[in-house]
Design a protein around this ligand. Structure first.
Ligand code: ADP
Length: 465
């Protein structure tokens, strides 16, 4: 039985038959007892009626009247007095035993109740007109019992047919959406992420369908991201590789003068560095996006860190005659964070500020401490960004400048965002095209037991090394 329809119908029939068998057994038993009791009552009153007839009717007419009574009442009986037995109707099976005879003859009013298959029998002794009589009456109740069983069987049969049809309709309502979902799942497993199932209502199946649609939507999104990622990666790799290939071919030319040779070798070095940075950034981002990434927390001076970063970026700023302004608080700020990773954040942001600011511009770095947070903002007087660009800058490989005139690979801000998220902080951007940009990073100042404890472990680890 493979189909769910078959299983449902079979289950329905089995439950109907099982419940009816139990109900039928008890009701037939009860009915038979009740009919037996009624039959005995009927037979007893008949015997009394017969006794009355004998008592009241003229002797010559009794025989004719009793015959008529036997025919109309569908009862067979015999009347016995002075060992003379008059039989009316057709008596069957066992009549009275010697013991029962004796008992009936000894006491007037004595009764005997017998059952022979479906035939109920009853005998009683009477004293009529000074004579002792035994009146024996019998009636076949089998017909009545059969009528009851027949109607019960018809009821079960009708119920099975009507119930099965109704159940099929109900099963159809339940099974159809499941079959649809099954089909859709098969489609999905073949890679068709656009497949969706319709649903109405809020029952379990509708909820299942809704979850399926959500899952398909998510998979479609993931697939799109994956394809976009592959195309971005190959595109980012392609440009420097083409340059390296081209200039390496030129370098093969022996007629090149030393100056040209050096220039082309420099270009090759530049592009290979670019490739190296790109693969390092990709690796870093993959690690940061991994589920089991753990921050190496330690306590350090944020002010010292920012100053260190500015020093590393100073030469680039000087080359463009960009001034770096530092607005630092008088008191030092100690924070608990992953020192190396946080340094990466400031390097990327300050480096971007310098990269996207024209010569003679200004980059202002401000560090503040509020009651709950530490705030670092990096503002520049550079090229700024459109609203459209702002909404995409944290996406991998996104670059506003499609001509790639400024060196970069579009991964820096994705790394920044991920590191800040891991520190449970946030970053926001204010920017206008040609009006400069300000990136503000806020980090929570939570000193939880967990972090301090971890800190100790890391410190101990470092001391041990
Ligand atoms: P890139 O390596 O291209 O700088 P990022 O992820 O660091 O990659 O930045 C993504 C894009 O965001 C940049 O290509 C640039 O268009 C824009 N951007 C980032 N910082 C600035 C800034 N300070 N001023 C203007 N645009 C910026």
């Amino acid at each position: 039985m493979k189909s769910i329809y078959g299983k449902l119908i079979l289950g329905f029939m089995a439950s109907i038959l099982f419940s009816f068998s139990i109900a039928g057994y008890f009701s037939i038993r009860k009915n038979s007892e009740e009919m037996g009791r009624l039959a005995v009552e009927e037979l007893e009153s008949s015997s009394e009626h017969i006794a009355n007839l004998i008592h009241l009717i003229d002797k010559s007419d009794v025989d004719r009247v009793l015959k008529g009574y036997s025919e109309t009442s569908e009862m067979s009986f015999f009347v016995e007095t002075d060992r003379v037995k008059d039989v009316y109707g057709k008596l069957s099976g066992q009549l009275l035993s010697d013991n029962q005879y004796k008992k009936l003859l000894s006491v007037v009013g004595e009764c005997v109740d017998l059952r022979d298959s479906t035939v109920r029998k009853f005998a009683k002794s009477f004293e009529i007109n000074g004579k002792n009589y035994i009146i024996f009456v019998q009636k076949d109740v089998g017909k009545r019992e059969m009528i009851f069983i027949d109607s019960a069987m018809i009821a079960v049969f009708c119920m099975l047919i009507a119930g099965s049809i109704t159940f099929l309709i109900i099963a159809d309502i339940i099974v159809k959406p499941i079959s649809r979902l099954n089909k859709a799942t098969n489609e999905l497993s073949k890679g068709n992420y656009r497949v969706r199932v319709n649903y109405t209502g809020n029952d379990e199946i509708a909820r299942l369908n809704r979850s399926f649609n959500l899952m398909a939507q998510q998979l479609a999104k993931q697939e799109e991201t994956r394809q976009q990622f592959i195309s971005d990666v190959s595109h980012e790799f392609q440009t420097p590789l083409t340059a390296i290939q081209g200039f390496a071919t030129i370098l093969k030319n022996e007629k090149l003068i030393d100056e040209q040779r050096e220039k082309y070798a420099d270009i090759i070095v530049f592009h290979s560095k670019r490739l190296s940075t790109l693969s390092k950034n990709m690796l870093q981002l993959t690690i940061l996006e991994g589920e089991d990434i753990e921050l190496e927390l330690s306590e350090f001076s944020l002010i010292e860190q920012v100053k260190r970063v500015v020093e590393t970026q100073n030469s680039l700023a000087l080359s463009k005659e960009i001034e770096i302004e530092l607005n630092l608080p008088k008191n030092d700020i100690l924070i608990e964070a992953d020192e190396a990773r946080l340094e990466q954040v400031w390097i990327n942001l300050v480096n971007n500020a310098i990269k996207y600011t024209n010569e003679n511009g200004v980059v202002t770095i401000e560090v503040k401490k509020t009651t709950k947070e530490v705030e670092v903002s990096i503002a520049d007087t550079g090229v700024g960004m459109s609203k459209e660009a702002i909404s995409h800058i944290f996406e991998r490989f996104y670059r506003q400048d499609k001509s790639r005139s400024v060196e970069g690979n579009g991964l820096g801000l994705s790394i920044v965002k991920r590191i800040i998220d891991l520190h449970k902080g946030n970053i926001d951007v204010r920017s206008r095209e040609d009006g400069g940009s300000t990136f503000t990073v806020r980090l929570p100042q939570v000193r939880s037991f967990h972090i301090s404890e971890k800190l100790n472990v890391i410190k101990k680890d470092k001391d041990n090394r």
